[in-house]
Design a protein around this ligand. Structure first.
Ligand SMILES: Cc1cc2nc3c(=O)[nH]c(=O)nc-3n(C[C@H](O)[C@H](O)[C@H](O)COP(=O)(O)OP(=O)(O)OC[C@H]3O[C@@H](n4cnc5c(N)ncnc54)[C@H](O)[C@@H]3O)c2cc1C
Length: 410
């Protein structure tokens, strides 16, 4: 493993890798759920642990400049002290890095109102395979000079270039924030109620959903609650009060319980949301974790049909996540002897997503675990164009090899 401290060192490592022809695998905190930062075929892991400085925060320009190893939460804390806000909030924000977030185009609950990492990356300093250093993008909030290579690199999973400096757009910190939790007797009732709130001209920062399997895994009580919604509203205090009141009025007729929370109480509810992933371990020693996105109007239909498939195969399926923007985290739990059945169930569920005009990943990316499904969603022509782009950036195929693309001929 290499632990560079400067762009110059990264450049020298990538130059040496090209000369000696060994693979290089960029790595942030290693939290990707897709195997994207794994040295699956060997090679040198390029860790950004030591490039973790916040270089600049500029309140007038609404810009922050960071090294890639800065932990998302550390940036949020530093900005909050200046009255500023960096919205992208993957549930891993306490430990994942901005570099990893940019390379996966990470999202989070607040994506509903604020968008995802892509919407905040203004400029990148990158090192190309071979060692050339390049500056892309602008420090301004707008800019359309030439092709948008910055955006091409956001979400490229460390396969095209290595980021050494990241310029981000930031926002003023909303002065008030409140959470509204609502429990329902069924998953369908929860999803219908969410649609009602989001169709009433309200735009919460977040609208999260937990299904019955998830609620039992996190030991949520009472057991009659089979679908839970968590909303966050932010903005001026008067606006938050008014919006949360309107949302509560819409939810009250169907909800079995309704609770408004602020401060530590609200944080407790969001901690519950963040505790899901470890809690699901008790339902099976292995899992297939996907993060599909459906058009929001089709979420309920999808969940009902996916639940039916999971019953047919006799394996538990947990669905939770950013339902407000149609993004569901699906965890299919199983023990090793059940793996063939689990694989088949996963295939059927992912096919269902595509049939309903969805996409197979909203924020986690492809890595190793979804590469076999890329041709199911991307046309052969688009896939070939992507392969050509990879060859332009990385002619020897040495940067994070084996990720995103299925092996040739598959
Ligand atoms: C409990 C948990 C909850 C999660 N919740 C969410 C969520 O809500 N939303 C979400 O989007 N994701 C989520 N994730 C997935 C993961 O945290 C994100 O993908 C995150 O962005 C990865 O950041 P990282 O620093 O761990 O990067 P890594 O996992 O180390 O790397 C991810 C990718 O980025 C590349 N990379 C890293 N640094 C660089 C660099 N400097 N230059 C070029 N490429 C680089 C790597 O090669 C790899 O392809 C979750 C993961 C866990 C474990």
């Amino acid at each position: 493993m290499a632990l560079p401290e400067t762009t110059e060192e990264v450049s020298r490592i990538l130059a040496l890798a090209y000369e000696e022809e060994f693979p290089v695998i960029p790595r942030g905190a290693g939290t990707a759920t897709t195997g994207a930062p794994l040295a699956a075929e060997g090679g040198l892991v390029l860790s950004f642990t030591r490039m973790n400085r916040i270089l600049e925060i500029h309140p007038q320009d609404l810009v922050a400049v960071v090294e890639p190893g800065v932990v998302n939460a550390h940036l949020k804390e530093a900005l909050a002290q200046r009255g500023l806000f960096y919205p992208p909030d993957p549930a891993s924000f306490r430990f994942s890095t901005v570099g990893g977030n940019v390379a996966t185009c990470a999202g989070g609950p607040r994506g509903l109102k604020y968008g995802v990492t892509r919407d905040y990356v203004l400029a990148l300093e990158v090192v190309l395979p071979g060692g050339r250093v390049l500056s892309l993008g602008t420090r301004t909030l707008k800019g359309v000079m030439g092709y948008d290579l910055t955006r091409l690199l956001v979400g490229s999973e460390g396969t095209l270039a290595v980021f050494t400096r990241i310029t981000l757009k930031v926002l003023p910190l909303p002065p008030a924030r409140a959470t509204l939790a609502a429990g329902f007797s069924s998953e369908a009732a929860a999803l219908e109620a969410m649609q009602e709130v989001l169709s009433a001209g309200l735009l919460p920062a977040a609208a999260e959903f937990m299904d019955q399997v998830t609620l039992r895994a996190v030991e949520f009580e009472p057991e009659e609650i089979r679908g839970l919604l968590l909303f966050e509203f932010d903005g001026a205090e008067t606006a938050v009060k008014e919006e949360i009141g309107r949302a509560a009025d819409l939810l009250r007729p169907r909800a079995l319980f309704l609770r408004e929370a602020r401060g530590p109480q609200a944080e407790g509810l969001w901690e519950l949301r963040r505790s899901i992933s470890p809690a699901l371990k008790k339902l099976g020693s292995r899992r297939f974790a996907d993060d599909v996105v459906l058009p929001r109007s089709r979420l309920a239909t999808f969940l009902q049909q996916a639940r039916q498939l999971s019953r047919t195969h006799g394996l538990p399926l947990a669905a939770f996540g950013h339902a407000g923007d149609g993004n569901l985290h699906l965890n299919l739990l199983f023990d090793p002897p059940q793996e063939p059945r689990a694989r088949e169930l996963r295939r059927e569920i992912l096919e269902l997503v595509l049939e309903l005009s969805g996409t197979l990943s909203g924020e986690h990316g492809v890595g190793l675990t979804k590469r076999a499904f890329l041709p199911a969603e991307i046309t052969p022509e688009a896939l070939e164009l992507m392969r050509q782009l990879k060859r332009i950036f990385d002619p020897k195929g040495l940067l994070n090899p084996g990720k995103i693309f299925p092996p040739e001929g598959v």
